[in-house]
Design a protein around this ligand. Structure first.
Ligand SMILES: [Zn+2]
Length: 179
């Protein structure tokens, strides 16, 4: 009988066929030259896959960032939107008195801006600041456009305290923002 040569498994000390790549007793891989070796599988398939997933995730984050937070911010383009005229009207509504601030905006920049926030300051006849409010107007202002706007404010003072008005745009969203 021609018995095939045998050797001792270095892991379980059992006698196994000399050419075995996988110990039949303890299931330990004895050869590196097999695609089925768990370590080879990890290096050839799982590690490259993980790298691809991470690269894809980074790209996804960049696209997401561009949609959520496009550059430049309004703070870097300050003065892009300017109020060219504004008027203040006192209106007695059924919910009580309201200040209606109506005006016209202009866009000096080459970018479109969205949802401008207006800072309104109110002064009495002596020029003292008597009230202030920030209001957002949901609109898009395209380059070289000059749309009208109106914001409504609940007055904190009696009617004769409101003598003069000053309005400026304090903030706006880059119109390329997704939200
Ligand atoms: Zn073994």
């Amino acid at each position: 009988m021609n018995e095939s040569p045998r050797r001792i498994c270095p892991f379980c000390a059992e006698s196994i066929p000399a050419r075995a790549r996988l110990c039949p007793r303890c299931r330990q891989w004895l050869s590196w030259r097999s695609l089925r070796h768990p370590m080879i599988q990890l290096l050839l398939i799982q590690v490259p896959l993980l790298v691809l997933v991470l690269l894809g995730f980074g790209q996804f984050l960049r696209i997401f960032q561009r949609l959520l937070d496009p550059q430049p911010h309004y703070t870097e383009a300050s003065g892009a939107l300017a109020v060219i005229r504004s008027t203040l009207n006192w209106v007695d509504t059924e919910k009580g008195p309201r200040l209606f601030v109506t005006g016209v905006l202009t866009n000096h920049s080459a970018l479109a801006w969205r949802d401008p926030e207006f800072e309104c300051r109110f002064f009495d006849a002596d020029g003292n600041l008597v009230d202030a409010a920030h209001r957002t107007s949901f609109m898009t202002v395209k380059p070289a456009d000059d749309p009208a706007f109106r914001v409504v404010i609940e007055p904190a003072r009696p009617r004769d305290a409101y003598h003069a008005l000053q309005v400026r745009v304090s903030w706006a969203k880059n119109a390329r923002a997704f939200f």
